[in-house]
Design a protein around this ligand. Structure first.
Ligand code: NAD
Ligand code: TYD
Length: 357
């Protein structure tokens, strides 16, 4: 094996943050396999242009032949699987792609990995890792008084997205138990930060606020999410890859449970301070309640005790520091925002919110 890792979906939100951090802090090279769906934006990795430690390959994790060729050619010591369809609302409108990439794609990737890993010598076999990046949404929805999700919680996915991620987690688990593939799984809470596609709550609110548009709150806005700054998720993945116990799962979270409405008001207050509206009024005036998401999960919360106790990982950002950094990043990167909000994204927004743009 070589001092190379294969990252899938490394051009999307979390994957691109991971690749940037990895190149800056580790020695191994990265082969980045990404299909470049609407969510994959190569501009995220513009700063790596000409860097010989980053090789980008456009392709599908479900293309077994391509994956086999890449594994044979680059001999990676690990695979980190970010590639997925990731947006719950899209999974409600059209679950097919979620089944294809998240389940069938992961299966094909596991098959190609099993063949590659099976042919390694004993020492390399032991050292190899397949790290599967998953979500807390596989555990379902919590009641207000329920304790946060532990690794031992049962899987109760409620959306086509979370069901497809749950299925992929089960396949990864089965490949360890059946074939001995050295896998690791991380289940993380909601991420936010740079390069977040503006269809998700936080970047969408920042974008709409600055554009003078409505800030859409689904239902009563009292749904709770547990927010983690994306770079903290990336450091957790690096730590699990380095020291995680083979076959184990690790819950990753920031102990930052917030109702959606609080998040939106926090964003409005930071924008009022850093980029006030021309008319001097508060951005919070733009808040608009819209029809709730179908089957909307009420609350997610991660108990991150295991990764802290066993691997010594903890987040570097509080919600307050991370959210301010995020707003500052979006204000400083309006060209990036303009580029991603053209084309496919505009069509999607119109379909989802049934509004004229
Ligand atoms: P994203 O939608 O921003 O990026 C996904 C990337 O995968 C894109 O670059 C896309 O082009 C690529 N991709 C999609 N289908 C592919 C395929 N068949 N083959 C190769 N590449 C493909 O998603 P994200 O928010 O960066 O999430 C990354 C991973 O982390 C996902 O597995 C997601 O389930 C998980 N996760 C996300 C969050 C979150 O808050 N965003 C939280 C926990 C876990
Ligand atoms: P989202 O960013 O889509 O992440 P997830 O559904 O994976 O948690 O949504 C975060 C929360 O914000 C979720 O409860 C849905 C809600 N939401 C809104 O109220 N308005 C919006 O426009 C969006 C995109 C999300």
């Amino acid at each position: 094996m070589k001092n190379t890792i294969l990252v899938t979906g490394g051009v999307g939100f979390i994957g691109s943050n991971f690749v940037l951090d990895w190149i800056a802090s580790e020695t191994a090279s990265v082969v980045n396999l990404d299909k470049l769906t609407y969510a994959g934006n190569l501009q995220n990795l513009e700063s790596l242009t000409g860097n010989s430690r980053h090789i980008f390959v456009r392709g599908d994790i479900g293309d077994a032949e391509l994956v086999a060729k890449l594994l044979a050619e680059h001999q990676p010591r690990a695979i980190v699987n970010f590639a997925a369809e990731s947006h719950v609302d899209r999974s409600i409108h059209g679950p097919g792609e979620f089944i294809q990439t998240n389940i069938v794609g992961t299966f094909q990737l596991l098959e190609a990995t099993r063949a590659y890993w099976g042919a390694l010598n004993e020492e390399d076999k032991k050292a190899f890792r397949f790290l599967h990046v998953s979500t807390d949404e596989v555990y379902g929805s919590l009641k207000p008084e329920d304790p946060a999700f532990k690794e031992t919680n049962s899987y109760e996915p409620n959306s086509p997205y979370s069901a497809s991620k749950a299925a992929s987690d089960h396949l990864v688990r089965a490949y360890h138990h059946t074939y001995g593939l050295p896998v690791l799984t991380t289940n993380c809470s909601n991420n936010y930060g740079p390069y977040h596609f503006p269809e998700k709550l936080i970047p969408l609110i920042i974008h709409n606020a600055l554009a003078g548009k409505a800030l859409p709150i689904y239902g009563d806005g009292q749904q709770v999410r547990d927010w983690l700054y994306v770079r903290d998720h990336c450091s957790a993945i690096r730590r699990v890859l380095e020291a995680g116990r083979v076959g184990d799962t690790y819950n990753v979270g920031g102990w930052n449970e917030k109702p959606n409405l609080d998040v939106v008001h926090t964003l409005c207050a930071i924008l009022d301070e850093l980029s006030p509206r021309a008319d001097g009024n508060a951005y919070a005036e733009q808040v608009t309640y819209v029809t709730d998401r179908l089957g909307h999960d009420r609350r997610y919360a991660i108990d991150a005790t295991k990764i802290h106790r066993e691997l010594g990982w903890k987040p570097g950002e509080t919600f307050e520091s991370g959210i301010r950094k995020t707003v500052q990043w979006y204000l400083a990167n309006q060209t990036w925002v303009r580029n991603v909000t053209s084309g496919d994204y505009t069509n999607w927004i119109q379909k989802n919110y049934k509004v004229e743009d």
